[in-house]
Design a protein around this ligand. Structure first.
Ligand code: C5P
Length: 399
């Protein structure tokens, strides 16, 4: 819930501005107070009347509106909120923010505020990918501005690619995360999750039974403690959590690339069930069924992503956590694995079919650290995730 929180919502002038009406409604349902600000261009897309009606607040529109200045100056307005949200954030607004311009009410508020700022960009794909826009985004990230989206998809203009405004529940999750004062606040943590799919030909692949449930629960638990989570996931059964940066991959090699691109991070949790082998030469066309002839597949070893990150001499996360899914001699195998891979902790579990853990909702794990093995009682995967997230928070804070 967002009870008692005030959000200054700056609505930019783009086709996605109409979605801000839904955002206002949902934020109010969560108990937040929403103070809306409209740019001149935004008024072409939504009317001040509908915005103020939904927010049940006055709409602020003009820097030089003397009544506003008499009631509340723009400096005060910029600081009266707990969080400033810009949605949709147009290329123009991002440019103004990155360049430090303050020539209308919205840009002046963004310069004057001493509160965190979260932007939800929305624009045409070419505009988003333009080097000038990407420069501005990089600058804003460096300045500490928080981002949610944009998402990839079909746009109002008919083109396809990144540039769509994030869905309202995702923006709300990002708002909640920005307002969370958890022990992992401001810490970037990488989580891998789900299986990988290794193609045989364009229609067939090799996979495993991982559902992605444990990795997803860990990403959620870390997010709930305030972490900024990058979630690299293979094709899992469960949807990725909201309020985290989701990077979808298929193969082990794609996962490795995505992990490397997401670093640096303060901690990394490798919960993915990465396929150990891939088919050496993937067939470009579907392998035909030929009478009396069986295909012979040759395998190559996949890169070990966990070992690669653990053994880095530069840019190694302070804490690297691996998983060991074993069917016998769990502690002995997992302890050896911790040494072999070079990670700090191993979360070991028994995945023999009788335990019902693989694909189930419960887990029974043993945490293996440099101090030895700590056996946890059987509990839900969500609870395992919560306990692990607290242990990670403790470790990173030096306890
Ligand atoms: O060697 P094994 O697959 O049992 O190791 C499991 C751990 O290593 C998990 O944390 C898994 O995410 C990680 N792993 C990896 N890359 C691989 C294989 C496993 O990151 N190719």
């Amino acid at each position: 819930m967002l009870n008692e929180k005030t959000i200054l919502l700056i609505i930019g002038g783009g086709i996605a501005a109409f979605k801000s009406l839904d955002l206002i409604r949902r934020l109010r349902e969560e108990g937040a107070r929403v103070v809306p600000v409209l740019t001149k261009a935004a008024e072409e897309f939504v009317t001040p009347l509908s915005v103020s009606g939904l927010a049940a607040e006055k709409v602020y529109r003009d820097l030089f509106d003397l009544t506003d200045e008499a009631e509340m100056g723009h400096i005060e307005l910029s600081r009266a909120a707990d969080l400033v949200v810009v949605s949709p954030a147009t290329a123009d607004l991002l440019g103004k923010m990155a360049g430090g311009l303050a020539n209308d009410l919205a840009s002046t508020l963004l310069m004057a505020t001493d509160k965190p700022v979260l932007v939800a960009p929305a624009m045409n794909v070419r505009m988003w990918e333009h080097p000038a826009c990407q420069r501005n985004v990089a600058q804003l990230k460096q300045d500490g501005v928080l981002f949610v989206g944009p998402e990839e998809g079909t746009m109002a203009c008919g083109e396809f690619g990144p540039g769509r405004l994030s869905e309202t529940p995702d923006i709300i999750a990002a708002i909640r995360a920005a307002l969370t004062e958890g022990p992992l606040k401001g810490k970037h943590i990488l989580v891998t999750s789900g299986p990988t799919h290794e193609p045989i030909d364009p229609v067939r692949y090799i996979a495993n039974r991982s559902s992605g449930a444990q990795g997803t629960a860990i990403a959620k638990a870390l997010r709930d403690l305030g972490a900024d989570v990058s979630f690299v996931t293979g094709p899992a059964d469960v949807p990725p959590p909201r309020g985290v940066r989701v990077i979808r991959v298929e193969t082990a090699r794609e996962m490795k690339e995505a992990v490397e691109a997401a670093l640096p991070a303060e901690a990394a949790v490798f919960a993915a069930a990465v396929a150990d082998w891939r088919v050496t030469s993937e067939s470009g066309s579907k392998i035909k069924k030929t009478q009396g002839k069986l295909p012979v597949l040759e395998f190559s070893e996949n890169p070990d992503i966990l070992a690669g990150v653990s053994q880095r001499t530069e840019g190694r996360p302070r804490l690297v956590v691996g998983f060991a899914a074993e069917t016998d001699d769990v502690i002995a195998h997992a302890t050896a694995k911790r040494k072999r891979k070079g990670c700090d902790w191993i979360v070991a579990n028994d995945v023999s079919p009788a335990t019902g853990i693989m694909g189930g909702v419960e887990n029974a794990v043993t945490l293996i650290t440099e101090r030895g093995a700590d056996e946890w009682p059987r509990m839900s995967k969500d609870e395992v995730a919560r306990q692990l997230a607290y242990r990670i928070a403790d470790h990173l804070s030096g306890n």
